[in-house]
Design a protein around this ligand. Structure first.
Ligand SMILES: NC(=O)c1ccc[n+]([C@@H]2O[C@H](COP(=O)([O-])OP(=O)(O)OC[C@H]3O[C@@H](n4cnc5c(N)ncnc54)[C@H](O)[C@@H]3O)[C@@H](O)[C@H]2O)c1
Ligand SMILES: [Zn+2]
Length: 363
């Protein structure tokens, strides 16, 4: 199943997600097919540019595009207003017109930051997402959420800005550190739990092949996940309804991530622990059957996480869970697994259940 294509249906803003193993030359041709303007601002980070910038530039120039490359350091710290401002300055100095496109070549950090720049530069210019991490390919590059962090909160400043297309080429994954693969698998497991017993079963049988980036296995996984995300986003672009189910595992996950000050755990690792904890909560509330709960726990247990959180204090974690941005003024809301492939949204989880569940996964 190499070379897949999924459509995100959003009326006049619909767009394809190209999956599977592809080449720089076919990317440049696809830009032509989508009538991408000739002025291109290619934003990437040093880790990614090292491997992929030259061939991509060469292919774009061959197709007569005029790319301006902006390379920044890697890391979550770059998702800042200061960095966005520095990019605006460069673009204005180079007289990048309104009729231009940003290409975001990198992981979720580049996708969110470059996407935010595209959403705001001269009130919005075109955007192409070229995700290079598993997490970005199955999740962050699809759906149009772009943004930056504020000192008072992660992802607090942002917009919805859908791309012209998403180029999720699996060949980028070959250079990805193992820890980042595991992070991507966090979101993959989430998709199985919320929407697809078939994907979940596939993961149970093929987990090791995914971790080792077996080509067919990874392409199939990516196609499944992109399909689920596309379907959910098509139904609810701006998260006023069903899109919330994508937050399964994330209420506890965000709390763990924040409690470790975003340095101890990466997002995908926190999501894996969050999924396990939320399954425990669901079990305690009688919302999930024992067998499904057991399957969720044993799949997550098999995933070789490289960093286990240590030294986190329960009050810090509970506090961080309570401060999750999705609940600024609302009740604390959980998207709990109900069986494999289905969830229940509840906002009456007792603090005691959260504590017990978090303890179980941190032991
Ligand atoms: N917009 C959304 O809907 C959404 C959804 C989920 C997460 N996010 C955001 O995504 C970000 C996390 O994204 P991420 O996990 O991709 O992290 P990341 O962008 O930091 O990438 C992880 C690391 O891998 C490196 N890298 C990327 N591609 C590589 C490649 N092919 N080979 C070698 N190294 C490579 C990067 O330089 C970085 O060091 C967070 O900021 C999160 O808030 C956004
Ligand atoms: Zn996530």
């Amino acid at each position: 199943v190499t070379d897949g294509k999924i459509n995100v249906e959003l009326g006049s803003r619909s767009y394809p997600v190209y999956t599977g193993s592809r080449t720089a030359a076919s990317f440049a041709r696809t830009c032509r097919e989508h009538s991408v303007p000739e002025n291109i601002v290619l934003i990437t980070d040093h880790n990614v540019s090292r491997y992929y910038l030259k061939p991509l530039l060469k292919a774009l120039i061959k197709e007569k595009f005029l790319p301006l490359t902006i390379e920044i350091p890697a890391g979550e710290m770059q998702k800042s207003l200061a960095r966005a401002d520095a990019i605006y300055t460069l673009m204005l100095k180079k007289r990048i017109p309104r009729d231009a496109a940003v290409i975001a070549l990198g992981g979720g950090v580049i996708g969110d930051l470059a996407g935010f720049v595209a959403a705001t530069y001269q009130r919005g210019i075109k955007l192409i997402q070229v995700p290079t991490t598993l997490l970005a390919q199955v999740d962050s590059s699809i759906g149009g959420k772009v943004g930056i962090n504020h000192p008072l909160g992660k992802n607090m400043i942002g917009a919805f800005h859908q791309p012209l297309f998403v180029w999720a080429d699996t060949s980028y994954l070959k250079t990805l550190p193992k820890r980042e693969i595991i992070c991507g698998i966090g979101e993959v497991v989430k998709y199985g739990i919320i929407r697809s017993e078939k994907l979940f079963g596939f993961l149970e049988s093929n987990l090791e092949r995914i971790i080792h980036l077996d080509e067919d296995t990874i392409s199939f996984t990516q196609l499944c996940c992109a399909g689920i995300k596309a379907e959910i986003v098509s139904q609810d672009e701006k998260e006023s309804g069903v899109r919330i189910i994508l937050n399964c595992g994330h209420t506890v996950g965000h709390g763990l991530e924040a409690a470790g000050r975003y340095r101890m755990l990466k997002h995908g690792e926190a999501v894996l622990l969050g999924l396990a904890a939320e399954s425990h909560i669901s079990m305690e509330m009688g919302l999930i059957d024992r067998e499904s709960h057991g399957r969720i726990l044993s799949l997550i247990c098999r995933i070789p996480m490289q960093k286990r959180p240590s030294g986190l204090k329960m009050p810090t974690i509970l506090n961080a869970i309570g401060r999750d941005k999705k609940h600024l003024s609302k009740k604390l809301r959980f998207v709990l697994p109900a069986k494999i492939g289905d969830v229940k949204i509840v906002d009456n989880v007792k603090p005691g259940s959260i504590t017990t569940a978090v303890k179980k996964v941190l032991d």
